[in-house]
Design a protein around this ligand. Structure first.
Ligand code: 8YV
Length: 323
């Protein structure tokens, strides 16, 4: 029979019909009783299409004893317990490359919106306040230096855009990269002291948890701007709220939060924040490309041709990856 797939949350794709034709797909989020669905089909599930906020942990994998592949919808796979997958011989794939430019676009949009206060200006006009006087002058990108936390695929795409805007770029990560000309800082606090914009584009891992803390924000300083398009867990949200309130940093543009979709009232109440509902990759074009890559990983794997975009933590597949 056809390979049976468990899909944990909705995902865009150009041809849902082709996905349905290739596999028997069980939609966990639509099940009236998810536990009953797992009990019934769990033993037959060989592939998992993961995404959204549903954690893919060892307890779930234990209910799927025939599981071979977890294809994650998203480049970030922090919701997938890769150690638990590796221990069970399960391969994990993600969706790199297809969203790089989209997320970098959003990062620059969020930066501009935060620096020039575009949402606030829009609200000002809509509320009829322009009739009574001009919108207050904003801060500027001119003369600023950008510090990028995480110079990976997306970080580099952000850096290229910043260069085109005439901005100086520095970066912090675990290693200096010999093939880039941007200034490297081995210490995040030292970089924060040197730059006045910090853009967070690093994966959520145990090593990056709350990396952007009160000390880093203090070093960024009263003119400092924080942009986060990575994961909420990389910044100490409490420390960000305090720093914004006490004007120890100037403003923050946030696309991601610690407990999505719940956003602290304190952030919403502040006037020096621009807050987005995790839309970095959320265009029809890019979400469809991501969905297609999830399907392509599943198809390639179950055709015996290995995963297309495996993550480094899970087992080396029996067949060489195609790319
Ligand atoms: C998605 C993302 O919102 O790719 C990522 O890491 O954060 C986004 O593209 C998410 O993964 C969809 O589940």
């Amino acid at each position: 029979g056809r390979v049976e797939i468990l899909q944990t949350s909705p995902m865009a794709m150009p041809s849902p019909e082709a996905f349905e034709a290739a596999f028997t797909v069980h939609r966990l989020w639509e099940a009236a009783d998810p536990q009953a669905l797992l009990a019934e089909v769990g033993p037959r599930i060989r592939g998992l299409a993961a995404g959204g906020h549903v954690p893919i942990d060892g307890a779930l994998m234990d209910r799927l004893p025939a599981l071979e592949l977890v294809a994650n919808f998203g480049v970030g796979y922090d919701k997938v317990d890769v150690a638990a997958a590796a221990a069970r011989g399960v391969v994990v794939t993600n969706t790199p490359d297809v969203l790089t430019e989209e997320v970098a676009d959003l990062a620059l949009g969020l930066l501009l919106a935060t620096v020039r206060r575009l949402p606030q200006a829009d609200r000002f006009l809509r509320e009829g306040r322009w009739l009574k006087g001009a919108f207050p002058l904003s801060t500027s990108l001119r003369g600023r230096t950008i510090g990028i936390l995480g110079l990976g695929r997306i970080g580099k795409a952000v850096a290229r855009r910043c260069e085109a805007f005439g901005l100086e770029v520095a970066y912090h990560g675990r290693h200096r990269q010999e093939d880039v000309a941007y200034r490297y800082f081995g210490s995040l606090v030292e970089m924060a002291r040197d730059v006045d914009v910090l853009i967070v584009v690093t994966p959520a891992t145990a090593q990056t948890e709350r990396l952007v803390n009160a000390e880093v924000l203090g070093a960024l300083g009263p003119d400092g701007i924080l942009i986060n398009v990575a994961r909420g867990s990389v910044v100490d949200e409490r420390a960000v709220i305090d720093a914004l309130r006490e004007k120890r940093i100037l403003a923050a543009g946030l696309d991601v939060f610690e407990d999505e979709p719940r956003v602290p009232e304190e952030l919403i109440a502040l006037d020096n924040t621009v807050l987005l509902p995790h839309i970095g990759s959320a265009s029809v074009h890019t979400r469809q490309a991501m969905g297609q890559l999830v399907v392509d990983n599943l198809r390639s794997w179950f055709a015996g041709q290995g995963p297309l975009t495996p993550v480094p933590e899970t087992p080396v597949p029996p067949k060489a990856p195609v790319r």
